[in-house]
Design a protein around this ligand. Sequence first.
Ligand code: G3P
Length: 217
Amino acid sequence: MKFFVDTADVDAIRELNDLGFVDGVTTNPSLIKKSGRDILEVTKEICEIVDGPVSAEVVALEYDAMVAEGRKLAQIADNVVIKLPLTLDGLKACKTLASEGHKINVTLCFSANQALLAAKAGATFISPFIGRLDDINLDGVDLIEDIRTIYDNYGYETEILAASIRTVNHITECAKIGADVITAPANVIKAMASHVLTDKGLAQFVKDAEDAGIKIV
Ligand code: G3P
């Protein structure tokens, strides 16, 4: 399973990348706003830190403008993935840009039918938003399962990029179902390493090592 970090905070990306847990990065206009930086400049810096795919999202809503913005974003670096919203214009732009050889992440997916259209439009990644479905009392993880079934039924190669991940349990569920990628904030990915029994066990080992005077180097 690939781990993308969902942020435009270069310090957070660098820290997680040094830990070895960054296979790629996803951003969106809200995350760019939070960074307080220019989209072209911050995307370029992220692409220099990370070898894997870096999703940068268009802001236009109409096909022609989306295609123009997508082409400009793609010029930033070889590892840029153009992120397009799941609208009819976005899907049309996906088909055009994918046919030019660009990698596309179709975002704001909330239904299996939307995911099916994205696969037919040649998307490299589909981003179903788990947390936002949970927010309205639907089950985001069920959507990942439905998309997995549909893509496997027809051999679609579009990768399922589970997004809007809010908890470590979301990641476990996505891994069990077979999502190809998760994208999550750095703090959620780091929290996967935590367990109360690990902390308790380590405290005991530290105490016993001190009591026994164990020295290795
Ligand atoms: O990748 C999509 C993600 O940024 C949305 O997350 O928490 O705003 O629903 P959230």
